[in-house]
Design a protein around this ligand. Sequence first.
Ligand code: NAP
Ligand code: ZN
Length: 373
Amino acid sequence: MNKGEKIMNMKFYMPTKVIMASECIRSNGEIFRQLGHKAMLVTGKYSAKKNGAQEDVIAALSAQGISYIIYDEVMPNPTIQCAYEGAAIARENNVDMIIAIGGGSPMDAAKAMSLLAVQDIKEEDLFSGNYENKILPMVHVPTTAGTGSEVTPYAILTNDKKQTKTSISSPLLFPNVAFCDPKYMVSLNQTTTINTAVDALSHAIEGILSVKASPITDVMAGESIERIVSCYKGLLEGRLSLEERGSLLYASTLAGMVIAHTGTTAVHSMGYSLTYFKDIDHGRANGLLLGEFLRVIEGEMHERIALILKHMGLATINEVKEWFESLLGEKEKITKEEIKVYANLAIQAKNIANCPVVISRDQIEEIYNHSLL
Ligand code: NAP
Ligand code: ZN
């Protein structure tokens, strides 16, 4: 396909209103009133209370005379049970709007709750994508700069039956509004800041490599990569200015818009096992695997790899691998036997289909081996 044909064959859908500004919640309180009368705030256990985001939301709701309840039981890598529990509480309290405050975990759990609060969906049908056309309106406030969940149609839940993480995917899950203010990220520790930035970078890189990449997503992914790479020194030293925090937030939201269109690839499929079995943070898991994934597809995707290297300002895949290793530090111990199990699971994941080249189970095992042993 030549470049012109590709431009004439594009779709782009981004229904979430993104408001990215300092103090954007308090200065846009009327938006809450347009969406509902009684809200349920969905958060993790601690961070929303400490970083000022919950306080800002409550101040805006109070100024608009909107009542609210709080569900603050979302754990990292939220479970299916958590989504059903929150939805039941939303129903019992006649909530008509959901406000997610947190990293990807509360944001994803909140999406599933918004759906389950108004539809009776059995657990075995939860990941089917066949839903009625209704969901509670949602406002999302990201407090990590990583997942981009505030602009994606995905909710990723820990699926114990399948021993992995599974994604609910539906355009219904796009939040109505995303309030993005980097001041909430100042309280993030260095490790979570790095892991989440690496997740965003992984989204942008995988977006460029996806079979669903388009000229629009390429532009957004390129900008995202360059922004994240420009924060390398601050990430490494654990010292980021508010401006750099803003850059990382912009980059992660852009990368979210990218994967909303391209999906993720084998890197994410493979990372899920590292999170499920070894409790390795989501972004870190991707970062550990990315370099070797690029190496496996380099032969067939030379131009795309060259584009990624250009945006990263690096010359070779070895340099990319070193870039990630310098930020991620010492690797976890994983055995060959464990890797065989993970490869069997990863090859069954939905996002494998987005890989730009057909990737075999043996190649997946090879990526794990070279990345982790
Ligand atoms: P997270 O699991 O939401 O949060 C990680 C930790 O950071 C939690 O302990 C949290 O504390 C804390 N935290 C959050 N914001 C903080 C802040 N501002 N200051 C201090 N601590 C803070 O991490 P995440 O990486 O953002 O999200 C990962 C999840 O997102 C995974 O489940 C992943 O699969 C999913 N994901 C979704 C998408 C999508 O498109 N939907 C894309 C990629 C990843 P509290 O628990 O107290 O809040
Ligand atoms: Zn991710």
